[in-house]
Design a protein around this ligand. Structure first.
Ligand SMILES: *[C@@H]1O[C@H](CO)[C@@H](O)[C@H](O)[C@H]1NC(C)=O
Ligand SMILES: *[C@@H]1O[C@H](CO)[C@@H](O)[C@H](O)[C@H]1NC(C)=O
Ligand SMILES: *[C@@H]1O[C@H](CO)[C@@H](O)[C@H](O)[C@H]1NC(C)=O
Ligand SMILES: *[C@@H]1O[C@H](CO)[C@@H](O)[C@H](O)[C@H]1NC(C)=O
Ligand SMILES: *[C@@H]1O[C@H](CO)[C@@H](O)[C@H](O)[C@H]1NC(C)=O
Ligand SMILES: *[C@@H]1O[C@H](CO)[C@@H](O)[C@H](O)[C@H]1NC(C)=O
Ligand SMILES: *[C@@H]1O[C@H](CO)[C@@H](O)[C@H](O)[C@H]1NC(C)=O
Ligand SMILES: CC(=O)N[C@H]1CO[C@H](CO)[C@@H](O)[C@@H]1O
Length: 382
């Protein structure tokens, strides 16, 4: 039970239903090289009623990354888009916080879908006074609490804003629902629509991306600032631009050794969808003082859709939600496998031994997973 109800929207409890299982399917890259329709020879790829989920090994190392006995199934297939972005675990509540997709209606703003891990993945919807249109999120330790393992983090939402409200980073206590803005502007300049964020585990700085999706989706004014990656220090208020020259910077993630920052560019979708624009993950070196970026290079290009939310595992593999599921690259940027669902996944969440995959109307779970998410140890205390 929540101490105070942060809900300003009716709460509907749903329960999980289906149980579709599958195991790892090897992909023969030599056969694929000369047959663009190769995947459809392995399993039906024309998904009309999505319930199929397949674990595809593009490299033999994939089984040892995802786990040789990993299985996958669909948990929900709803008639609305409850599972879009974020996917932040909170130890206090034992729940995962996921943002719903923009429903093209300012009078029906984005929900936070709360998945209860203590109650068989049952879900409810909530909204917080102080958060207008949430997209990405990260667990957030306020200054002074980062190294205190008995202090549960807050959930830091990327609020894209709307026509009245600034786009901002907003810290929410998931128990009480109280919301506090951390940063609402770049030294007096408005952000466009803040998309995703991560907290640096050593410095506590928040690294975040600002893109134009609120404008493309007609709930933000014309942008007045470039698409950039920022670093913000919650303890001092210092803010810096650390990377630019993106079409639309979007997901971001640290490598587990904190030497590399990955940033996805989802420029393939603006007002329109145009696959000649980027669907690319760039890698940058992070300076030894954890403040600056250098040596931008192309890390990976998604063969389907675009890489949206990114998370690394503790071995440095890079996982991203793409057009047909979650793609997994090794630290060298080789595609080693996919959690294939045949529909777009914008994000996913690592749990101990599991991965929850979000694809808007659907929620999926991969179980018996060997890979450990970079933040799972800290978030779950395991
Ligand atoms: C949890 O949900 C599954 C369906 O996904 C169902 O088979 C199972 O009985 C449920 N377990 C409990 C304890 O409710
Ligand atoms: C997918 O399947 C549906 C229903 O069977 C069919 O109408 C449609 O043409 C198929 N699409 C493709 C691209 O094959
Ligand atoms: C996978 O399952 C097989 C058969 O049950 C078992 O022998 C093997 O130890 C399992 N592997 C792992 C990593 O659990
Ligand atoms: C918010 O959740 C409710 C169900 O709890 C749903 O009816 C409504 O359409 C959702 N709104 C959005 C934008 O997802
Ligand atoms: C750690 O956090 C707990 C709970 O917030 C608090 O009671 C305790 O004083 C903190 N300890 C330190 C060393 O800051
Ligand atoms: C900045 O955003 C605020 C809140 O949306 C708005 O009132 C203000 O007009 C914006 N300023 C500029 C220069 O766009
Ligand atoms: C797709 O984008 C490219 C690069 O911006 C542009 O040159 C091209 O005209 C676009 N194609 C369509 C069909 O809009
Ligand atoms: C979340 C938030 O700050 N919402 C505000 C957005 O702007 C309207 C109109 O000014 C306010 O009423 C909301 O409280």
């Amino acid at each position: 039970m929540e101490a105070q109800v942060p809900v300003i929207w009716k709460t509907i409890i749903f329960t999980a239903v289906s149980t579709i299982m599958s195991n790892i399917i090897p992909v023969d890259l030599s056969a694929f090289a000369t047959n663009p329709a190769y995947l459809s020879t392995l399993f039906p790829t024309n998904v009309t009623t999505p319930s199929a989920i397949n674990l595809l090994a593009y490299d033999e190392s994939f089984a040892s990354v995802i786990g040789e006995n990993a299985t996958a199934r669909q948990l929900y297939n709803l008639d609305w888009e409850a599972f879009h972005e974020a996917g932040v675990y909170n130890k206090d509540t034992n729940k995962i916080y996921v943002t719903s997709n923009w429903a093209k209606d300012l009078n029906n703003p984005i929900n936070v879908t709360v998945i209860d891990l203590a109650n068989n993945y049952s879900i409810s919807s909530t909204r917080y006074a102080g958060v207008a249109e949430a997209n990405g999120a990260t667990s957030y330790f306020p200054p002074g609490t980062q190294t205190n393992s008995s202090t549960p983090p807050r959930v830091l939402y990327c609020d894209e804003g709307d026509f009245h409200n600034y786009s901002a980073l907003v810290s929410v206590d998931p128990v009480t629902g109280s919301a506090t803005p951390l940063v609402t502007n770049y030294l007096g300049r408005n952000f466009s629509s803040i998309n995703d964020a991560r907290q640096h585990p050593v410095t506590g700085d928040i690294w975040f991306t600002d893109a134009d999706y609120g404008y493309f989706q007609h709930f933000r004014p014309t942008p007045t600032i470039p698409k950039q990656v920022y670093r913000f220090s919650p303890s001092t208020g210092e803010i810096a631009v650390v990377a630019d020259s993106f079409n639309q910077c979007n997901g971001l993630e640290f490598s587990p050794d904190l030497k590399t920052l990955y940033v996805s560019d989802t420029g393939a979708v603006n007002f329109d969808r145009n696959l000649t624009r980027p669907a690319t993950i760039y890698a940058f070196d992070i300076s030894a003082d954890h403040k600056r970026l250098s040596r931008r290079r192309t890390f990976a290009f998604a063969d389907n859709g675009f890489p949206d939310g990114i998370h690394a595992d503790t071995e440095g593999n890079v996982w991203a939600g793409c057009g047909d599921g979650v793609h997994v690259w090794n630290p060298e940027g080789t595609l080693i496998g996919k959690v294939w669902i045949g529909v777009e996944s914008n994000n996913f969440a690592f749990l101990p031994g599991k991965v929850l995959v979000f694809s808007n109307s659907q929620l999926w779970v991969v179980e018996n997973v060997k890979a450990v998410g970079r933040e799972v140890g800290k978030d779950f205390g395991v």
